[in-house]
Design a binder for this molecule. Structure first.
Ligand code: DQA
Length: 143
């Protein structure tokens, strides 16, 4: 069973990017942690990052054929993207929205998620551990 873990814009800068908010782990560190937990949960983790909205749309469509679920940190596209909302609605596997930071404790423009109405559930504010929580939630949904 495969899980797609999709990462949106600027997450390639994790570790260097605003470490006071996002912490010191790199995206490669997060990928390694997801793969370790994936082994425990008997999930194959397909971990990807793109700075391009359309690529994330393509990957959601691809996930529908190849995966049993998706964990997505859509970055700033969370707050703007009707296309991601529609792509999530277009597929039939469960999608979980996750964020490293507590978006509700930050600027007003981060309080609104365009994708939240289309996903199964939202996890935010636990640092990189938000990814691990999302994998456990997907295990529970797909078991
Ligand atoms: C983020 C929160 C978003 O508001 C922001 O644009 C990001 C990262 C997070 O993981 O906390 O790029 O999704």
């Amino acid at each position: 069973q495969t899980i797609f873990v999709l990462n949106g814009p600027n997450l390639n800068m994790l570790g260097k990017r605003e470490p006071g908010i996002y912490g010191g782990k790199t995206l490669q560190d997060v990928e390694a942690d997801c793969k370790a937990v994936g082994r425990e949960l008997v999930f194959d983790i397909d971990f990807r990052q793109s700075n391009h909205e359309g690529t994330l749309v393509d990957w959601l469509h691809e996930a529908n054929d190849k995966a049993v679920g998706v964990a997505i940190n859509a970055g700033a596209y969370t707050h703007t993207s009707v296309a991601l909302h529609d792509a999530i609605r277009a597929i039939s596997i469960p999608v979980i929205e996750l964020h490293i930071s507590n978006v509700h404790a930050r600027e007003e423009f981060r309080h609104k998620s365009m994708i939240a109405p289309a996903v199964k559930g939202v996890i935010c504010g636990f640092g990189p551990y938000s990814y691990i929580l999302a994998l456990h939630a997907l295990k529970n949904l797909t078991a």
